[in-house]
Design a protein around this ligand. Structure first.
Ligand code: GTP
Length: 365
């Protein structure tokens, strides 16, 4: 069985991080997201993937060049074709059998083999997996009947329109016949155009999974997914899980506090009296200055937090620098190479574009 992995989107909700890193490669516990995705597919019995690419395709292909024992093909779009157009564009690599389609930003421990089995036993042309979420208002709801036939889609409902908490989990099993419903070379949405058509014909079924599920499409959900992977909550970890994953060549000064779970990659330097709080992940060659505190945050490769600065629940882009005594908290996101000058305070989900330099003491919340 093959899978089409949709990774062609621009990831606008995860900007500024996705200006230079495609969403498919953002790290979780210092491993690019796509690694978890391919593990998930392999674990479900899939033996080859077609990556449906558009935005920033090169780094994704470079990362996957080293994968062995699993065939990977690439279908690259010249202009965005949408989620169904991206599948159609991968058709030449499919073999005429049913196939899996996944949104390339879904982290899940669901039983894919079970979803495939259920699809094959039904008369559906497509089976869509559903997951329950606490607040469904930000998602597309899917109403099903007692036989799991899809009855209705409700896009981003108001609170009083919520009739179910089941949402589209972005993992589908699809019959090849569906490819004939998608015009080639055009932008087509699988959720908004193809599934409603299948639903109207009574040929769309659902499969509900109660396993771990999260998409990594926003700073909040990316950070939460990072926390979950660090604490082993995802259900994709096998046996020897280390809560304290510190590279051998990372250097720590005196009286440094390292609180698990955390991940510190090679080449990091953590100075005296610094604290790296639980559920933080530091990429390669990061630096944390004397007495600085980093808690529940992601620092991407080469990021720096200078002496006495505090970073809490935030994402620091590649080679970005947080100056002495600055505070970055509350889901702030710094783009690559930006500089937060001394003693600034960033909060409330502020996003700083790549390369921006904030002079010392210019922002306070
Ligand atoms: P936002 O811009 O933040 O909404 O993110 P996105 O571009 O990733 O869009 P969305 O989350 O709706 O997409 C779901 C999945 O489909 C993601 O894995 C995207 O990479 C993928 N995707 C979205 N649009 C396209 C497209 O035009 N072509 C391909 N091949 N994949 C797409």
């Amino acid at each position: 069985m093959k899978a089409v992995v949709l990774v062609g989107g621009q990831g606008t909700r995860l900007r500024p991080i996705t200006y230079d890193i495609p969403k498919a490669l953002v790290p979780l516990r210092n491993r690019p997201f796509m690694g978890y995705m391919l593990d998930f597919l392999r674990g479900g019995g899939v033996d080859g993937a077609v990556l449906s690419l558009g935005y920033l395709p090169d780094p994704i292909q470079e990362y996957l060049a080293g994968w062995r024992g699993f065939s990977v093909d690439y279908a690259v779009e010249e202009h965005a074709l949408g989620t169904a157009g991206g599948v159609k564009n991968a058709e030449e690599y499919l073999d005429g059998d049913p196939f899996v389609v996944v949104n390339g930003d879904v982290l899940t421990g669901m039983d894919l083999a079970e979803a495939i089995r259920i699809h094959k036993e039904s008369d559906a042309l497509a089976t869509i997996t559903l997951t329950s979420v606490e607040d469904p208002t930000a998602y597309g709801l899917v109403e099903v009947d007692h036989e799991m036939v899809v009855r209705r889609f409700i896009e981003k409902p108001a609170a009083d329109e919520v009739t179910t908490n089941l949402v589209n989990a972005g993992v589908y099993v699809i019959d090849p016949e569906v490819l004939g419903m998608i015009p080639a070379g055009q932008e087509v949405s699988i959720e908004r155009e193809i599934f409603p058509e299948l639903q109207a014909r009574g040929r769309l079924r659902a499969h509900v999974s109660s396993s771990y599920w999260r998409d990594i499409g926003t700073p909040r959900s990316y950070l939460a997914a990072s926390h979950d992977v660090l604490s082993g909550a995802v259900g994709t970890n096998r046996g020897t899980f280390e809560y304290m994953d510190v590279a051998e060549n990372a250097r720590c000064g005196k009286n440094v506090k390292l609180l698990p779970p955390l991940s510190v990659a090679g080449g990091c330097e953590i100075s005296d009296l610094a604290t790296i709080g639980g559920r933080s992940s530091l990429g390669r060659n990061c630096r944390v200055g004397r007495g600085a505190v980093v808690e529940g945050s992601i620092m991407l490769d080469g990021a720096q937090v200078e002496a006495g600065a505090v970073v809490r629940g935030s994402i620091i882009g590649r080679n970005a620098r947080v100056g002495r005594g600055a505070i970055v908290r509350g889901l702030s996101v710094l783009g690559a190479g930006c500089v937060v000058g001394e003693s600034n305070v960033l909060d409330q989900g502020i996003r700083v574009n790549p390369g921006v330099v904030l002079p010392p003491r210019s922002l306070r919340f």
